[in-house]
Design a protein around this ligand. Structure first.
Ligand SMILES: CCCCCCCCCCCCC[C@@H](O)CC(=O)SCCNC(=O)CCNC(=O)[C@H](O)C(C)(C)COP(=O)(O)OP(=O)(O)OC[C@H]1O[C@@H](n2cnc3c(N)ncnc32)[C@H](O)[C@@H]1OP(=O)(O)O
Length: 242
């Protein structure tokens, strides 16, 4: 009897130790990840400012930062993994929609369609993304280190009110500007007849993507408004499971 109680205690201790090691590892990884991402987006901000000061135009800016942007935005896919394995308390779906829509914008629109790279709308979403990500990743970093300055917390949960819609405007205008080039070139499309007997039109796919902002964006925006109430005003919010 005594020995089984002792066994139970040893097991509990081992489990607690495992949990502590797991959470210390997770915290170490998240701290490293958030510092790297803050640095990455800061590098992008500096590169954009330097380009504009030197050239006095936004034309060519996208090409000059394309590699860094593609790297850091694509790396954000790791965040879907963070949610899936439970090391951050965020919905996989919310994070997945946010990250995938950005990756789609970078790889399948801006990177693929050279003609849109000099549009003002590209600069709009680039500036907005950069401001958001520097704030967001530095918020997570300072929060993990338990030294969160109030202005970063304030910026994280207030700036999005304006930046989120502005980013959406930039993204939608860029996709809209891409439509004529996509239609003319027939890129990423498959016409019948072909060996697979499948037809796909990227032009209509882009229209569907644009329309999908109507149901999806409000969900992301209201999610952030709920987070804002929870973090800044201490409201207890019960989120539905994924
Ligand atoms: C393939 C075809 C695709 C077609 C797509 C169709 C379109 C769909 C529409 C999409 C529209 C998107 C538009 C968008 O791209 C435009 C812009 O982004 S403009 C710029 C403005 N944007 C923003 O402000 C972004 C706001 N969004 C986000 O911050 C995140 O993406 C979001 C997932 C929404 C964040 O939600 P989350 O629930 O994570 O909020 P919190 O930051 O408050 O975090 C909750 C808790 O988790 C902890 N956490 C999260 N991540 C980390 C991390 N990396 N390290 C450490 N801790 C982390 C956080 O601290 C919170 O913890 P606690 O609960 O303890 O406080």
């Amino acid at each position: 009897m005594a020995s089984s109680e002792e066994d139970g205690t040893v097991e509990e201790k081992e489990n607690n130790n495992k949990k502590r090691t797991k959470s210390a590892l997770a915290t170490a990884w998240l701290t490293f990840y958030n510092i790297a991402m803050t640095a990455g987006w800061l590098v992008l901000a500096m590169a954009m400012i330097r380009f504009y000061i030197q050239k006095g135009t936004h034309k060519g800016l996208y090409r000059s930062i394309a590699r860094t942007l593609k790297f850091f935005q694509t790396f954000a896919l790791v965040e879907v993994g963070h949610c899936a394995i439970g090391i951050v308390r965020t919905s996989v779906i919310v994070t997945g929609v946010q990250v995938c829509s950005r990756i789609f914008m970078v790889w399948f629109i801006t990177n693929s369609i050279r003609q849109v790279q000099s549009e003002e709308s590209v600069i709009l979403f680039l500036v907005v993304w950069t401001m958001t990500e520097i704030t967001r990743y530095s918020y997570y970093t300072f929060n993990l280190l338990h030294h969160l300055p109030y202005f970063i917390k304030w910026a994280r949960y207030n700036l999005f009110i304006v930046l989120y819609p502005l980013g959406v405007v930039g993204e939608l205008m860029t996709i809209y500007a891409a439509l004529p080039f996509v239609r003319r070139s027939g890129m990423y499309s498959m016409r019948l007849p072909n060996v697979y007997n499948v037809s796909f039109d990227y032009y209509y796919c882009l229209i569907i993507v644009m329309l999908s902002y109507i149901p999806l964006f409000p969900q992301l925006y209201f999610h952030m408004l709920r987070q804002r109430r929870r973090v800044l005003h201490g409201e207890v919010i019960v989120e539905k499971d994924d």
